[in-house]
Design a binder for this molecule. Structure first.
Ligand SMILES: [Zn+2]
Length: 379
């Protein structure tokens, strides 16, 4: 990786730990420029947004008549998916079927939160449990490969499971908790490579895996972007972008209505993700994903830059908790502490060191950006 002088954006807190970041003469980064130029003008988290989405909501209801459910929502127990479920049912009057994928790493708080939402809203839930031996094998392979995004297997499983379920059960509308409010800064692909590039996943598994993946759900990026969307007609709807979605208010609302319990950080409904984001990547790969989360909240005016700088200066978890989690993850994945430590200290690699479909994906994204379907910046 090329060496460059340290620089941090003067508007958000993204910095040169993102190797591809560039700054303009004001010291603003690409993410900020992209937000003001492409995202903000097209984003209406207010009454206008509700007005724009209403015809689609009516269409979903109409097409769902006579069915038990009119749409599908993937629920992880995290904040975004919990809140979108609540909004879909209570605000828009939809009749969602909830879908949860259990990849073996649910935190207790996450499980409790799912139950509270389901009971509180009286909804039906389908759970798919990923074969743990396959999950474990793929996760071990990713650790051994030394790429930064070791959370890719879990991400791929969650995404593929719901997508395949939708296609199989003829759900045309999948509502997700994806949103600009807390995710408008989509971190660099050097940090978080595309989960659904199955060519990449298969190459890493071929080299480091030890057992065949027979049932592991894999939905390739091209399959869902093209085949499912245009041939099967499955639409993915980011409902949270059409309503006011302020994290603090949403947390309070969920907790008052359902006894939902908040997390100290985004994605902490999975014990693995918590470990990966708060320990493995900052300590081993030198970047902190909170930088992208906080920057998103700065741009959407939910946190000040000063507040974020203060928070990012301290690790999210204390040393003792991190040591405990290191041991827990190692054991659960069948590594001895010293094996896991050896991987941790081993030479870092990039996704580019393994087969991937990046060139094709970039071409596809360019087309989508030209058509106005994708507004976030991918670097
Ligand atoms: Zn910036």
């Amino acid at each position: 990786m090329r060496q460059r002088k340290y620089q941090i954006c003067s508007n958000c807190i993204m910095d040169t730990s993102d190797p591809n970041i560039t700054f303009d003469e004001r010291g603003w980064c690409d993410y900020c420029r992209n937000f003001y130029k492409n995202i903000q003008p097209n984003w209406h988290p207010n009454e206008k947004g509700e007005e724009i989405i209403m015809p689609l909501i009516e269409k979903i209801k109409k097409e769902g008549k006579g069915r038990d459910h009119d749409c599908l929502i993937g629920i992880s127990g995290g904040m975004d998916s919990s809140y979108v479920t609540y909004i879909a049912k209570e605000k828009f009057g939809l009749r969602p079927l909830l879908f949860h994928c259990d990849a073996g790493w649910n935190s207790q708080v996450g499980v409790n939160n799912i139950e509270k939402i389901i009971d509180g809203l009286n909804l039906d839930l389908v759970t798919e449990v990923i074969n743990w031996l396959e999950m474990k094998d793929l996760q071990r392979a990713f650790f051994k490969s030394q790429v930064p995004f070791v959370d890719q297997p879990q991400d791929l499983a969650l995404f593929s499971a719901i997508y395949n379920f939708a296609a199989k059960n003829k759900f045309k509308y999948v509502i997700t908790g994806g949103n600009h409010s807390t995710e408008c800064v989509r971190e660099s692909i050097e940090w978080t490579y595309y989960s659904t590039d199955t060519r990449h996943v298969k190459d890493i598994h071929r080299r480091f895996g030890e057992r065949p993946l027979k049932t592991f759900p894999m939905c390739d990026i091209f399959k869902y972007k093209l085949y499912s969307r245009f041939i099967k007609g499955v639409s993915v709807i980011k409902l949270l972008d059409s309503v006011s979605y302020i994290k603090k208010d949403a947390e309070r609302e969920l907790s008052e209505r359902f006894g939902w319990q908040k997390y100290p950080q985004k994605h902490y409904e999975s014990r693995f993700t918590r470990f990966f984001e708060s320990y493995w990547t900052p300590k081993k790969h030198g970047y902190d994903k909170r930088r992208a989360y906080f920057s998103s909240e700065i741009l959407t005016k939910q946190m000040t830059r000063e507040e974020s700088l203060k928070r990012i200066a301290k690790p999210e978890l204390d040393e003792q908790t991190m040591a405990k989690e290191f041991e827990y993850v190692a054991k659960k994945l069948g590594f001895t502490i010293s094996e896991f430590q050896e991987i941790f200290e081993g030479e870092n690699k990039s996704f580019r060191d393994y087969k991937n479909n990046l060139a094709l994906i970039m071409l596809g994204l360019k087309v989508m950006q030209m058509l106005g379907i994708e507004k976030r910046l991918f670097m």
